[in-house]
Design a protein around this ligand. Structure first.
Ligand code: GLN
Length: 304
């Protein structure tokens, strides 16, 4: 096994001495209050070992990383019927892009861009008895940690500034690809994005994706086939218009969020989570992208 601790220590220390040219997202005002200096790397492997450096125990806004959890839950609930309402192709466009949706008649390109995630949120609102509660329980189950919660202030901050998401939801509604009221679906979506987790909790929650659907606590949270399919979607669609670049530089399935988190995984081996709030111009963590590039190069462990 590579000396993971040494490798992540070195990457962390080296990046800390370089200039971070990214910018902390502030289009959701609450996110702009986060300290841009925070930086953590956490790795857990399927043999039960874990390694960490930096600010791995500070909870942060997982934002779009939550789209993997909502997709997993909707896919587990309704199986392949899901793919009638959302496609599985990369979009090559920013996460909140609108025109493609108009051109493609209300069928989002994939579940990891906002339009696709809003359709998934609609499925969950339809299928769950207590959507927000049931969803947070699902995430807690994946992570094996009952302390995980929504941040109401972040959800509210996004609601009052979420003009593009309202536009997307209304466009979906006009194409009859939204069964529930726009307000109800977006309330769920803003809450899922507001969930706060640490690097450690995220790595634990993604364990099932590296481990054929078997969660931290040893139960089969997802089927093997669901884990395989979702990993494929993460690889091709997890970084919006930087998905190609992430495959090129890092070479792992993964998912980013505008809170500055990135989770990536090598099936059968490990999950690695990085968190550094300043983002590059595509909305992905500037240090996170570099840390993961160095990590897979150093450990020779991309899927390619
Ligand atoms: N909640 C954010 C939004 O909808 C999520 C975006 C992201 O993390 N890429 O704008």
């Amino acid at each position: 096994m590579p000396n993971y601790q040494q490798i992540i220590n070195d990457i962390h220390a080296n990046l800390k001495t370089t200039k971070n040219t990214g910018e902390v997202a502030d289009y959701i005002p609450e996110l702009g209050k986060v300290d841009g200096e925070l930086f953590g790397i956490y790795l857990n492997n399927v043999h039960g070992n874990n390694f960490e450096v930096g600010d791995t125990q500070v909870p942060f806004s997982i934002q779009s990383i939550s789209k993997v959890f909502s997709l997993a839950m909707a896919f587990a609930n309704q199986g392949n019927a899901l793919w009638e309402r959302v496609d599985v192709e990369p979009s090559g466009n920013p996460f909140n892009f609108l025109s493609l949706l108009e051109r493609e008649k209300g069928i989002p390109r994939n579940p990891l861009i906002n339009s696709g995630a809003i359709v998934i949120a609609d499925c969950l609102v339809s299928n769950l008895k207590n959507p927000k509660e049931d969803f947070i329980q699902f995430v807690r189950g994946l992570a094996g940690d009952d302390s995980i919660s929504f941040n109401e202030q972040v959800a509210e901050s996004e609601r009052i500034t979420g003009f593009r998401n309202y536009a997307i939801a209304n466009l979906l509604k006009s194409f009859e690809n939204l069964a529930n009221p726009v307000e109800e679906v977006l309330d769920f979506y803003f809450h899922q994005c507001s969930i706060e987790m640490t690097c450690e909790q995220l790595s634990n929650a993604f364990f099932a994706f590296a481990n054929h659907g078997v969660c931290m606590r040893g139960n089969q949270c997802l089927t093997q086939k669901q884990a395989k399919r979702i990993n494929a979607i993460m690889l091709t669609c997890g970084f919006y218009d930087e998905a190609g670049e992430f495959a090129f530089e890092v070479g792992l399935p993964g998912k980013s969020g505008v809170g500055g988190g990135i989770v990536a995984l090598l099936p059968n081996h490990y999950v690695i989570t990085t968190w550094s709030p300043p983002l590059n111009e595509k909305g992905n963590s500037y240090f996170g992208m570099q840390a993961l590039e160095q990590f897979t190069t150093e450990t020779k462990s991309s899927i390619f």
